[in-house]
Design a protein around this ligand. Sequence first.
Ligand code: PHE
Length: 341
Amino acid sequence: MPSLQELINVHEQEIKAFSPADNTDLENFRIRFLGTKGIVKSLSGEMKTVPPDQRKEAGQMLNAFKQLAEEKYASFKEMQEGVANNGPAIDYTLPGIPLPIGTRHPLRIVENQIVSIFEKIGFSVATGPEIEDDWHNFSSLNMPADHPARDMQDTFYVSSNPDWVLRTHTSSVQARILETQSLPVRVICPGRVYRNETISARAHCFFHQCEGLYVDKDVSFADLKQTLYYFVTEMFGADTKVRFRPSYFPFTEPSAEMDISCTVCGGKGCNLCKHSGWVEILGCGMVHPNMLRNFGIDPEVYTGFAFGMGVERITQIKFQVNDLRLYSQNDVRFLRQFQSL
Ligand code: PHE
């Protein structure tokens, strides 16, 4: 049978180690030590077993023990009430740990600019899937299976289904719009496209395009030129000159490529324009009658124009980024340079 002093010692250790997780813990502590049937009470009851010559000392020990339990209880109680009344003991006026602010990706900045320039003249945004079927990426765009123009774009095929490709251009969205929307349509289609190219400074296996499509009665090549001229002046400034060169795309006839006067050297000749004074920025043309027919549209009644540009190309011209790989390397030293835009 342990003596009163030994019992007190054991319980003292318990009190010293006590640290409540919540109110319930603290209340259990009160009941265990200070309650009417608690340890302090029962140890007081043991006093009568202490030999008379040791009573004084034992009484002092018991008092100190009781005080320890009461103080421990009171200090935690005070802390918990403080939490309840004033919230946690944290000074919210102290400055926080700064979180670095992210930046918009340069391609997104430029894509947003392109889209908003066209939105101002009534184009709305349309999107489509990145995994496309042959019909929307090729066949409906006047490129049947044996058409040599398919070789213009090195295609990734989905191995489990030979009818599926990673779309090679956002012209697939043109097809989806003509299939589902009633005329007239005036859309701008931004999105990622894929081509089986070896990755280098000048080519990548994925990049971004913005395609435009306008189909209505009496849409002419003059409308196309004027629309693109408006785009160039908004994007690159009123001094920028444009020129059109005849070209070929299966889904447009006639087709053209558009150059702008070099915005870096002003036409004098530099690396960007390869000393020609001009940089190519997009392909365009009048929607091919076959393509309109593919979607049940009568080309005698409706005409349209389409154009498609590479977002990386426009970004390269605007910010003089000379290596395409920078866009997908996620190097913050590169990305931070666009923080203010
Ligand atoms: N789809 C063409 C390309 O990827 C661009 C284009 C779009 C050309 C619309 C004409 C009309 O190269």
